[in-house]
Design a protein around this ligand. Structure first.
Ligand SMILES: [Zn+2]
Length: 332
């Protein structure tokens, strides 16, 4: 997989310019509030850098990178529902690459998750932040005899999910009512980095899963190759959207503290090297002679092996966690 197949460089750069304009009209930095680490609750941090007015810090305890101080939950909701950059993202950025993403991202994901289905019983699956419903569509093709619920707060995207024959809960997870212990499987892709309060999100997810139910999530790993290499120049470090960069240990610990067991925590990314090489070759980023050599003279095989090494050592910026709600709970 190549970066260009899932996001076009020029369109993405135009989108980032629009975001910068929206930040000026939607956010008042004087109202931002200081908070503790979203992963472990520690209050001590190291100031790292500032990007379009947002300050990023890393937790002294668990090394999660996060925005601090943070905008209010309501401010973020207004930004997501009303900003021009959001509609640009939906219409100009996402739609043209949607089919590429279906094939390269959503179908392999659906194949991975379909292995967790039982053969003889109907299971209830919820995709939190379902977007256009591409993932659930792909999953439904593989395991059709199940119930699929798209949990999506944007009414525009919820309507698209309905039109595809999916059941829809048009709400954000935190506000969803009457679904306690209803789901066998919950999925949430690239959402955790956006959340104002990840701990309450996980609590809610735990409460709506049946005992023995699974939570699958993907998110950005703040201790991954392209993010650590490019740091504040990384386009993944994109405020106001990306507020939290967990790492394998910090996300696992938060899930365990919520009550989950960790089934798998890995970084099966495919794009780390391609993203770094794109920045060196196209945007004049300097990471030193060695990485110039790999970028300009490295063979395809050299780059392929580098990406495999990144993944095999859990060093990719794309992280996947499978967590399970225990079968029985013992109350003290
Ligand atoms: Zn922490």
């Amino acid at each position: 997989m190549k970066e260009e197949e899932i996001r076009k460089r020029d369109v993405f750069n135009k989108y980032l310019e629009l975001v910068q304009k929206d930040v000026e009209s939607f956010f008042d930095f004087s109202t931002f509030k200081e908070g503790d680490c979203p992963a472990c609750g520690n209050s001590e941090f190291i100031a790292e850098f500032e990007k379009i007015g947002f300050k990023y810090v890393s937790c002294k305890n668990c090394e999660t990178l996060y925005v601090n101080p943070r905008p209010a939950f309501e401010t973020l909701n207004i930004f997501y529902s009303k900003s021009p950059s959001t509609s640009f993202w939906v219409n100009e950025f996402f739609k043209p690459v949607a089919e590429g993403r279906r094939e390269k991202i959503f179908r392999p994901r659906a194949e991975f998750i379909s292995k967790f289905f039982s053969v003889n019983k109907e299971m209830v699956v919820g995709d939190i932040g379902a977007g256009f419903g591409l993932f659930l569509e792909e999953l439904k093709k593989i395991v059709p005899e199940n119930r699929f619920i798209a949990i999506e707060p944007s009414s525009e995207m919820a309507d698209i999910c309905s039109s595809k024959g999916l059941d829809v809960e048009c709400t954000c997870l935190e506000d969803m009512k009457g679904m306690e212990e209803k789901f066998d499987i919950l999925t949430t892709f690239e959402l955790l980095e956006h959340l104002f309060e990840p701990a309450s999100f996980f609590k809610k997810a735990y409460s709506i899963l049946k005992p023995g139910g699974y939570l699958f999530l993907t998110t950005l790993n703040g201790k991954g190759f392209d993010i650590l290499s490019l740091w504040e120049k990384s386009k993944s470090i994109a405020p106001p959207h990306h507020l939290n960069f967990f790492n394998v240990d910090s996300v696992s610990n938060l899930l365990k503290n919520t009550g989950f067991d960790i089934v798998e925590a890995s970084t099966p990314g495919k794009l780390d090297w391609d993203i770094v090489e794109g920045m060196i070759r196209n945007e004049g980023i300097q990471l030193g002679r060695f990485w110039d050599l790999v970028s300009f003279k490295g063979t395809d095989n050299c780059k392929k092996e580098l990406q495999e090494w990144i993944v095999n050592n859990n060093l990719s910026s794309h992280m996947r966690v499978v967590a399970r709600k225990p079968m029985e709970r013992f109350n003290a």
